[in-house]
Ligand binder design. Structure first.
Ligand SMILES: Cc1ncc(COP(=O)(O)O)c(C=O)c1O
Length: 425
């Protein structure tokens, strides 16, 4: 009996020791975790950390009018003002990781749009610079913004995309030239064993004549290539899509967006459909774009509409950043169940409706996306949750989309009272 008592006292003692040591270990682990969390909260990575994780808001007016829950992802809240901040970060990070871009290198892009602005915004955070080539008839505010952000802006004569001097082709070429420039400079430094090479009239004496285009310490170039670079798709497949899934707890029925490069619609639709194949994904296509035909009929465009034949902007729309007449590598990744068409009038009216009813001051592509959300609600019926993208704010659209005179010249002065322009009473 005594032996049993002693044994049981002993086992109680061992139990107590185990209990105390488990409790202490748990306490110290959780303290360490809390400390780590606190430290990581303190150790922010800077501007790049502020990109993404944007709010997903209920668009009350459209939800009430359609009987669906219509949600908008507030991409206009990114630091560079648009959804393209995500793409700029992904493109630069991947290029740095692969060694195609070095810190001190130049990221080139042929665009006057949001992507160029986003690249110019985030490049300094990676120790890189931006060189943008744009047509000389692009709005002057665009080059002013880019220059204010520290980018080099080259304004060139607009020519067809098939011409070697189309602004996109020049941007691609500038990246190779920057590489050549950096390589020659490195070689000549090794040969001369000194930092600076001799300069004649601003040109390197070794025959390299790009020094007027690139900074002396340029570490090479990288062409961002937002249309064909799949880093664009990945920014949305790994970022925007998962965020939407989490923010809705996976409870969404449909997603809709227009395509410029196709990166957003492709990345988000592929991610959501992999999570739940019942989520319907749709394209909203602006006037002049060939994607509606491609999605609904499998035909891209007629010969007369081929992009290479036109001189400048091939699209007959006042919306900016959306619509295209070729299948980009990014768009090719999309998983779509259908497409709708939107008109400029619908986009203009929608923007004013959202401003009046929700206080949402949105750019033209966001307004078009909201037209898409209503079209989807009409197609799938009430009681569903539909998500779309609010790409940028109205701030970048003052001289056209929000200019009364410009709209009146095009016969697009907004006059709707409600959503009657979409057949909603
Ligand atoms: C303002 C704006 N909205 C929408 C888009 C379209 O997004 P994506 O290129 O991912 O198709 C763009 C693309 O440039 C844009 O600039």
């Amino acid at each position: 009996m005594a032996a049993v008592a002693a044994r049981s006292t002993g086992s109680v003692g061992v139990g107590a020791v185990i209990f105390i040591s488990v409790a202490l270990t748990t306490y110290f682990i959780s303290k360490k975790k809390k400390k780590k969390k606190k430290e990581s909260r303190k150790k922010k990575k800077g501007l790049v950390d502020a990109i993404g994780n944007t709010p997903l808001i209920r668009i009350n007016s459209l939800s009430a009018a359609t009987g669906c829950q219509i949600l908008g992802k507030c991409e206009f809240l990114n630091p560079g003002g648009s959804v393209k901040d995500r793409v700029a970060v992904q493109i630069i990070q991947e290029a740095l990781e692969s060694g195609q871009l070095r810190p001190g290198g130049i990221v080139t892009e042929g665009s006057a749009g949001s992507t160029a602005i986003s690249i110019a915004t985030v490049a300094p955070a990676y120790g890189c610079r931006t060189h943008v080539v744009i047509p000389d008839d692009a709005a002057i505010e665009k080059s002013q913004i880019l220059e204010a952000l520290g980018a080099t802006v080259e304004r060139v004569r607009p020519v067809s995309i098939t011409h070697k001097d189309h602004f996109v082709n020049i941007a691609r070429r500038r990246a190779s030239e920057a590489n050549e420039f950096a390589l020659k400079r490195r070689n000549s430094q090794q040969l001369n064993g000194k930092e600076d090479t001799e300069k004649i009239n601003g040109y390197e004496s070794n025959g390299c004549n790009y020094s007027s285009l690139f900074p002396e310490d340029c570490q090479g170039g990288f062409f961002a290539d937002q249309f064909e670079n799949l880093a664009n798709f990945r920014a949305h497949y790994e970022g925007t899509g998962p965020e939407i899934w989490e923010q809705t707890n996976g409870k969404l029925d449909a997603f809709v967006a227009a395509a410029g490069t196709g990166g957003t619609v492709a990345g988000v639709s592929k991610f959501l459909q992999e999570k739940n194949p019942n989520i319907k994904c749709f394209l909203l296509d602006p006037p002049g774009s060939g994607l509606f035909n491609k999605v609904t009929r499998g035909v891209m465009y007629t010969k007369e509409e081929a992009e290479g034949r036109r001189l400048k902007n091939p699209f007959d729309t006042i919306t900016e950043g959306i619509g295209i007449n070729r299948i980009t590598r990014n768009f090719a990744m999309a998983k779509l169940d259908g497409a709708f068409r939107g008109t400029d009038r619908e986009a203009v009216e929608m923007s004013r409706f959202l401003l009046k009813n929700d206080g949402l001051f949105l750019g033209s592509s966001s307004a078009m996306n909201c037209v898409g959300a209503v079209r989807v609600a009409q197609a799938i019926g009430t009681g569903h949750t539909i998500v779309t993208i609010l790409c940028d704010s109205g701030m970048r659209h003052l001289s056209k989309f929000y200019d009364a005179e410009y709209l009146s010249q095009l016969g697009l002065t907004p006059k709707a009272i409600g959503l009657e322009f979409l057949g909603v009473k």
